[in-house]
Design a protein around this ligand. Structure first.
Ligand SMILES: Nc1nc2c(c(=O)[nH]1)N[C@H]1C(S)=C(S)[C@@H](COP(=O)(O)O)O[C@H]1N2
Ligand SMILES: [Mo]
Length: 248
């Protein structure tokens, strides 16, 4: 049991998930896991829930209005040029701790197996909306690039500045390979609009809205977040002290 606890806490992403299933299925293990000190209790509960799916909804439950928030148009010359050519010149750079750095066009991203999901977006500012998102699973793209074992986080570079600062976000490899974590190319059945992050935006359904980077132009696999922005892993984390892990 001690061994199971250790795997749960310090194991790699794969071990963690494998360990979880076994531990969850064993009532005695659950008792031990959840009988500990408050700190461990919280930590273990948080870790064990990481593989769970976010609720999905029916078409009838979709919000008639889904507001756009944060940047509504990056407005830079480089972005305007991509809008002008219908994003034909868009490329997504996949790099960092990968064996095969990639430069993916929209057509290449669109040709990958995709997932469609109707989920609820929760913004920390107090609004929610249910919408449908479709695009390749982030894990597929990371596998195509040959992400290395040494990668622990995935950082998203965006085309916009927010309040004059670059917008960026990061998630760990557990969320990166979560089945509902997709690079959305479509919203509600149509190509993403500029306000909602065209041409590619992250959907990381187990977390709050600010983690869902819009206007993604780059994906970088890293071993730590020290050299990302000011070191906390995201625009809001670095500038306003929001939590890095915004689980819901
Ligand atoms: N690049 C970028 N991504 C971003 C933001 C932003 O300002 N720039 N705002 C975030 C916030 S706070 C929210 S709630 C959602 C809003 O997504 P939406 O505009 O599609 O509703 O995008 C997130 N991703
Ligand atoms: Mo938000």
């Amino acid at each position: 049991m001690i061994l199971a606890r250790r795997n749960l806490i310090v194991g790699s992403a794969g071990l963690l998930l494998a360990g979880c299933d076994k531990v969850v299925a064993n009532p005695q293990a659950r008792k031990i896991l959840f009988a500990g000190e408050d700190m461990h209790k919280g930590l273990q509960r948080a870790l064990m829930n990481r593989a769970a799916l976010a609720p999905e909804f029916t078409r009838e439950q979709m919000s008639p209005v889904f507001r756009a928030n944060g940047t509504r148009d990056p407005g830079t010359p480089a972005y305007a040029a991509m809008v002008a050519d219908g994003f034909a010149s868009y490329r997504m750079a996949v790099g960092g701790l990968v064996d095969r750095p990639l430069s993916l066009s929209l057509a290449q991203l669109a040709s990958m197996p995709s997932r469609s999901q109707i989920t609820r977006h929760d913004c920390v500012e107090g609004w929610s909306a249910i919408g449908q998102w479709q695009g390749p699973m982030l894990g597929t793209v990371l596998k195509a690039a040959g992400m290395r074992q040494s990668a622990r986080y995935v950082v998203f570079t965006c085309a916009d500045l927010y309040n004059g600062e670059p917008y960026y976000e990061s998630i760990d490899t557990i969320d990166a390979f979560h089945p509902q974590t997709i690079l959305a190319l479509k919203m509600n059945g149509a190509r993403l609009t500029v306000p909602h992050g065209a041409p590619v935006r992250l959907r990381v359904e187990r977390q709050l809205g600010y983690k869902h980077a819009k206007y993604v132009t780059g994906i970088t696999a890293v071993s730590d977040l020290n050299s990302t922005g000011k070191g906390k892993g995201g625009y809001w984390e670095d500038n306003v002290d929001y939590d890095w892990y915004a689980g819901i």
